[in-house]
Design a protein around this ligand. Structure first.
Ligand code: PRP
Ligand code: MN
Ligand code: MG
Length: 181
């Protein structure tokens, strides 16, 4: 939509780019988890779009559950302190868990989350993230399924927000500096 497009300097990933890559990841996931039950865990709110598209692209049964975490309190600086705002409804004992995220920035949220879910007795915990910013990494997170590695720009769309806006964009774009400065 023109109203939103004007706030972007560049469309980084089109709707078609995203869907094609998600389909590729799904073929890998189907292979890797063949014959095993799979629980996909979406991290609210950014992962909503990836969860919706990834789960519908998978040609197999999955269970879906959700967590909400607050990463850094009110500050913009990553402290690594994560608080659970909404926990899973599912018992993870002996489960194969795939965490689904929109983006890995510093990596602090996911490294904490993986440890937290592993400590509940899951059989396995892997991560699928649509986007990763290698230049922003503060901790190394082992991510099994990565959609795209992107440069360290402020990106929005397809679940990713700036001040709770732009999540409903179908594409991922770079936010124009005039919007936030
Ligand atoms: C964003 C994003 C990831 C996390 C990545 O979520 O959706 O969950 O930050 O950052 P990190 O790698 O530096 O930890 P946010 O906390 O903005 O919440 P939201 O998903 O509701 O937008
Ligand atoms: Mn998030
Ligand atoms: Mg956010």
């Amino acid at each position: 939509p023109a109203e939103i497009q004007g706030d972007l300097t560049e469309v980084l990933l089109s709707e078609a780019d995203i869907h094609q890559r998600i389909a590729e990841l799904c073929r890998e996931i189907e292979r890797d988890y063949e014959g095993r039950e799979l629980l996909v865990v979406g991290v609210l709110k950014g992962a909503v779009m990836v969860m919706a598209d990834l789960s519908r692209e998978l040609r197999r049964h999955v269970q879906m559950d959700w967590m909400a975490v607050s990463s850094y309190g009110a500050g913009t600086q990553s402290s690594g302190v994560v608080r659970i705002l909404k926990d899973l409804d599912t018992d993870l004992t002996d489960r194969d868990v795939l965490i689904v995220e929109d983006i890995i920035d510093s990596g602090l949220t996911l490294s904490w989350l993986r440890e937290n879910l592993e400590s509940r007795g899951a059989a396995s915990v892997e991560i699928c993230a649509l986007l990763r910013k290698p230049e922003a990494a503060k901790v190394d997170v082992d991510v099994k399924y990565v959609g795209f590695e992107i440069p360290n720009h402020f990106v929005v769309g397809y679940g990713l927000d700036y001040a709770e806006r732009y999540r409903n964009l179908r594409a991922v774009g770079i936010l124009a500096p005039h919007v936030y400065s």
